[in-house]
Write a protein of this length. Structure first.
Length: 478
């Protein structure tokens, strides 16, 4: 089929569709407009850029059928009086020539851009936001799957630890509350009432051991800090030792009130005494002692803990706080004395237990572990080894903790406390009475006698007494 097109001003246009050709000067920013017949004008524009190069833009017709005549648009524009203004509006600087090619006979029949715009307003595109700056991938985006899994595991472990810590804290508060309530509920028996106790021999024997310990390490005019003083049962012993001052601290407020009453009822008060309610193991002493007293009295000559230090071994933090309180309270050369359950005695009893059994005792006392006790005698960890202790007419199933003595001794060295004395109760009695026969006179006065009249203790109460040991440390320089 022969070519039916020709080149007009460098633009190829169909030969049969061009009735006339005209060069119309128009604004280079004009765009195609719809005609009244809703068809698009096929526009081919040739223009020259600033460097004189020809550029070509062709807007294709949206309707593939042959464009209808724009005469109607021309007549409508003429009727509106806009025909003469269209050419003026379409004027453009020389060099920017646009050629219209359409099926209409002449360019004068093309509808005015302004009139078409009035009928069909051109949609405005929304303003484009500035392009976003590209950022480097974050550290979390570059992390590997393995690292994210490790984070999850770590977070889970921390949650478990926090949960365990909360349980331990609640348990600790519960135990402290049980101990406090137990000793607060214990009535303060007079001398006459104590004579009818089923364990009177054991009580007398224990008091004798404490008297020997005080006599051995206390000096006249000493100032004593009694941590865990209870109801003040040792006040008379300290008075006999000739001390100058006494500070009693206990967690049980009722016990402190009874200790104060006992001191005030003493016939001769040859030493001053002050009593305070507080936790001497878990809290630094200056937190609840008057500042003027702490500055005027401390450091003291002796720190005493009788039948109470095992409560500090609930955990390492508490044990260390207890030793820090002791060390900071003592002067150089001062003594730290006390009585505690013997870890050696506990280990010996565990070794004799049948498999699966966790308790032992007799008619006056019993020990029951919560967990299976170590058969090899090694407590791991050395803190928090909990057992329940019962002593007839004294202790009613109160939770206590094992004090592995070698751990205790090694830890005390960290606080400049050197071990100078350690003996089980039976050894204390035998050794001290052998070295100091005059002590038998104290045995007689205190009722430390057997049924046959000899001095000492026997039967089930003797076994219960063997559960304890006495110790003494000296504060070193530094």
């Amino acid at each position: 089929m022969p070519d039916q097109s020709e080149v007009i001003d460098g633009v190829i246009a169909p030969r049969k569709e061009i009735a006339t050709e005209a060069t119309v000067e128009t604004d280079e920013n004009d765009i195609p407009h719809k005609s009244t017949s809703s068809s698009w004008v096929s526009l081919t524009a040739a223009s020259t850029d600033s460097k004189g190069k020809a550029t070509e833009t062709q807007l294709e017709s949206a309707n593939t059928s042959k464009p209808k005549s724009l005469a109607g648009s021309k007549r409508k524009a003429d009727d509106d009086g806009a025909g003469g203004s269209e050419l003026a509006h379409l004027s453009t600087p020389p060099g920017n020539k646009h050629v219209f090619s359409s099926s209409s006979p002449t360019h004068s029949q093309v509808a005015s851009p302004s009139s078409v715009s009035e009928r069909l307003p051109e949609p405005k595109s929304p303003p484009r936001s500035p392009p976003r700056k590209l950022k480097r991938p974050s550290a979390s985006a570059r992390r590997t799957q393995e690292a994210r899994e490790q984070d999850v595991v770590k977070r889970h472990r921390m949650e478990v630890q926090e949960s365990q810590r909360m349980k331990t804290e609640l348990s600790r508060r519960s135990i402290d509350s049980v101990v406090r309530q137990h000793y607060n509920a214990r009535p303060d028996q007079g001398v006459a009432q104590r004579q009818y106790s089923p364990i009177i021999k054991l009580k007398s024997f224990n008091n004798f051991i404490k008297s020997v310990l005080i006599k051995r390490f206390a000096n006249r005019d000493d100032v004593v800090l009694d941590m865990g003083c209870g109801k003040g049962g040792d006040l008379l012993k300290w008075d006999i030792a000739g001390i100058r001052g006494y500070i009693g601290i206990d967690v049980a407020d009722v016990s402190i009130n009874q200790a104060t009453e006992r001191y005030n009822s003493m016939r001769r008060r040859r030493f001053w005494a002050e009593f305070f309610t507080g936790d001497a193991f878990g809290i630094p002493l200056p937190a609840y002692l008057p500042r003027d007293m702490h500055q005027a009295v401390f450091p003291v000559d002796i720190v005493s803990m009788q039948f109470c230090m095992h409560y500090a071994f609930e955990n390492e933090q508490k044990a260390r706080q207890m030793l820090e309180n002791v060390s900071k309270s003592l002067r150089r050369g001062g003594k730290f004395i006390g009585t505690i359950p013997s870890s050696d005695a506990i280990i010996d009893h565990i070794a004799k237990l049948p498999p699966g059994k966790k308790e032992w005792g007799n008619s006056v006392y019993s020990v029951r572990f919560y967990n299976d006790p170590p058969r090899n005698g090694i407590f791991r960890p050395p803190y928090g080894q909990r057992y329940s202790f019962f002593l007839e007419d004294a202790v009613e199933d109160v939770p206590e903790y094992v004090v592995p003595f070698e751990i205790f001794r090694a830890m005390a060295e960290d606080y400049k406390l050197e071990l100078i004395y350690r003996k089980g109760f039976h050894d204390v009695f035998e050794d001290e009475t052998s070295e100091h026969p005059e002590l038998f006179d104290i045995c007689r006065r205190m009722g430390v006698t057997k049924q046959d009249g000899s001095y000492g203790i026997e039967g089930d109460q003797r076994e219960a007494a063997g559960f304890y040991l006495a110790f003494a440390f000296e504060k070193l320089a530094g």
